[in-house]
Ligand binder design. Structure first.
Ligand code: UD1
Ligand code: MG
Length: 450
């Protein structure tokens, strides 16, 4: 049975106090809405529709960066959750599987929970995700009779008796897509909020003799983000979860509370992560690698047995093969380092390929940018790049070649050749004391002159 996701992300997010649409604020290195998408994607949906409104263009662009296949439906006025879902109808034309409605500002729903909802759909027409709220506050209340969900009442419309109910609506709903749109047609806005409530479809379904039920999840999963404080606590929750998962999966962390992961960080078994390491999005670290203290990685792949840091920076497109060494104050961007290559100190390698076993001396820089265009540097296998070499791209240093330290390399160095470009050294015996004397006199003259 096929499934489609409808992710609601049109709301204003007033309490964020921000010019940025709420769902574009980052949680674990990716926009907030990407978390709901990721949970939903575990169900391998056939289609995904993101309903956008406030900051529509920016949200759509961010969505397409994640997945160009996401359909965008625009809700120009935020008239309520039912109205928001109705905007997805065109994008789902011809689709007759299940639709799952998720909120872009609710990042913690687990894929397992969504799978349970789909399983419950086998015997019910409408399935709502509920939770027992410690403090039910302003949530919609789920009114049950036995296992049947009869109605959802929004907080603003509750009677005192209904307010006492602690079983609350998370907002996640699953029903056959065609049926959901059909039910929404009957939703009106004659309620205390003056909005088209998606929650009304339950009562409408029941009146038509359809069945509705709930799946329960822990309250933590339903946490929505409305303010910067909530965003910060969500980040803390997320990080704790990722650290626990990493430890369970066989990653060693000396001070896990100082290591920050992104939503999609993948760390292999027996990787050691030292304190104060930050993973931006798109990082994979293979088995047995070591990420030393104070390193920052994003969009990078670290091969097995590699050692990165301390104080290393891997930027997008950094590809380190097995047993590579990247040491302190080394920055790698859009560059591949083949097996066993080493860049141990104070180096920038950008837009480059470095052959297996090559050694990059301290202070080496690939001068990849001429102010207008970027160019590539190629370094062959077992090449030895002397300290303080400037490699002015486009340039190639061949297999087994050497560049002399302090060289500015502007021409290709063939395999096994030496590239040397520096002025020849002169030696003047006994000149040092004379120079010192000259400097002292000059200083004394200046001091006298006042
Ligand atoms: C909604 C539910 C409530 C539930 C609560 C859980 C309804 C009517 N109420 O209430 O039962 O307990 O969530 O958090 O569904 N949105 C749009 N377009 C709109 C309106 C909303 O895209 O026109 C989006 C919002 O950006 C948000 C989500 O839908 O991501 C929920 O909207 P919100 O206004 O927060 O609904 P609640 O009043 O919290
Ligand atoms: Mg809300």
């Amino acid at each position: 049975m096929s499934v489609a996701l409808i992710v609601l992300a049109a709301g204003q997010g007033t309490r964020m106090q921000s010019d940025l649409p709420k769902v574009l604020h980052e949680l674990a290195g990716v926009p907030l809405f990407a978390h709901a998408l990721a949970s939903g994607r575990a169900l391998s949906p056939d289609r995904t529709v993101l309903v956008v409104g406030v900051g529509a263009d920016r949200v759509a662009t961010a969505a397409h960066d994640i997945d160009p296949g996401i359909a965008i439906a625009e809700q120009t006025e935020q008239l309520g959750t039912a109205h928001a879902v109705a905007q997805a109808q065109d994008a789902l034309s011809g689709f007759d599987g299940d639709a799952i409605v998720l909120y872009g500002d609710t990042p913690f729903i687990r894929p397992e929970t969504l799978a349970k909802m789909r399983a419950a759909r086998a015997s019910h027409d409408v399935v709502v995700l509920g939770f027992d709220a410690a403090d039910p506050g302003r949530y919609g209340r789920l009114l049950m009779s036995g296992d049947t969900l009869e109605r959802i009442v929004e907080f603003k419309d509750t009677t005192d008796e209904e307010r006492a109910v602690t079983l609350c609506n998370s907002g996640v709903v699953c029903a056959n897509a065609t049926r959901m749109f059909e039910l929404i047609k009957s939703v009106d806005n004659t309620n205390a909020g003056g909005e088209y409530y998606l929650t009304d479809i339950v009562e409408i379904a029941r009146a038509r003799g359809l069945s509705a039920t709930i799946v329960r999840c822990p309250e933590e999963e339903t946490l929505g983000i409305n303010s910067r404080a909530e965003l910060a606590s969500a980040e803390a929750i997320f990080q704790t979860r990722m650290r626990d998962e990493a430890l369970r999966a066989g990653v060693t962390m000396i001070a896990p509370e100082t290591v920050y992961f992104a939503q999609d960080t993948v760390i292999g078994r027996d990787v050691v992560i030292e304190p104060n390491v930050v993973f931006g999005p798109g990082v994979t670290v293979e088995t047995g690698a070591r990420i030393r203290a104070f390193s920052h990685l994003e969009g990078a792949h670290v091969g097995g047995g590699a050692i990165v840091g301390p104080y290393a920076r891997l930027r997008p497109g950094a590809e380190l093969s097995n047993d590579v060494r990247v040491g302190n104050f080394v920055e790698i961007k859009n560059a591949c380092l083949a097996d066993g290559a080493k860049a141990n100190h104070l180096t920038y390698i950008g837009d480059a390929s470095v052959g297996a076993g090559a050694n990059i001396g301290a202070g080496t820089v690939t001068c990849n940018y001429n102010g207008v265009e970027k160019h590539r540097t190629e370094i062959g296998e077992r090449a030895f790049i002397g300290s303080d070499t400037m490699l002015v791209a486009p340039v190639r240093v061949g297999d087994g070649a050497i560049t002399a330290s302090g060289s500015v390399i502007t021409k290709d160095v063939p395999d096994n050749a030496l590239g040397l470009s520096r002025t020849a050294q002169e030696v003047k015996p006994g000149a040092a004391p004379r120079l010192f004397e000259m400097y002292r006199k000059a200083k004394a003259r200046r001091q006298k002159g006042g």
